[in-house]
Write a protein that binds this ligand. Sequence first.
Ligand SMILES: [Zn+2]
Length: 252
Amino acid sequence: MIVLIAVAAAVLVPYLTEPGIPVFMYHCVADEPRDGDENLYVRPAQLEEEFQFLSDNGYTTLFSDEYEDAYSTHKPVILTFDDGYEDNYIELFPLLKKYKIKATIFVVAANIGQKDYLKEYQIKEMVKSGLVSIQSHTQNHIDLSSVDVETVDREFRESCAALSKISGKNVTTLSYPGGYFNKDVIREAERYFTYCYAIDTNEYSKDNHYEISRGGVFRNTTLEGFTIAIETYSQSRFYRELLKFKHKYFTK
Ligand SMILES: [Zn+2]
């Protein structure tokens, strides 16, 4: 009986009380969409409103490799930007400096130096500021759940080598391209990374390091929606489910 109660408590207490860590996923930052999905282009003014909110409300921004630290941080939030677009240097970086906010850019290594993607000198300058962490979004941005493990391994190995060579820092976290992964992908990822970020898995527990959920911030995300999202994600899983969080809460 005592064993049963102990087991039930171990399962239920984190479910009821352990906070979630708000983790947001962005892509491009630009007024004028270039190509692809227009909704991936967050306007600089919209981003600034969100940064102002974080700053005014005492949030602490952490890098993707500080996930566990977030559990002992007052009002933590992790901001991530996927793909490594050049507009992250042009539009995002000045705002990070203005508000002293930290962000992680998950870079597709093979795209570095290509049109509209980050250049090596830009990555170096951002890393040097201490406000940007450069992490892996694989070498070629392929769907990892649809290829063999050798390919997955190569995507991890090559991107880590290329990115750490430029940034001068170890690459220890990944965001899955398209959010796609499976058990085999996780097994390979465990050999390279301490944390892997996905999309909308609703998984924010301290122990699951390979399916960390991120909420997307898009062009149609309102400030009100952003603030509802950050407060919802900060709740325990029990309350998140009670609140029945849906994306529609924070889009226009
Ligand atoms: Zn991507």
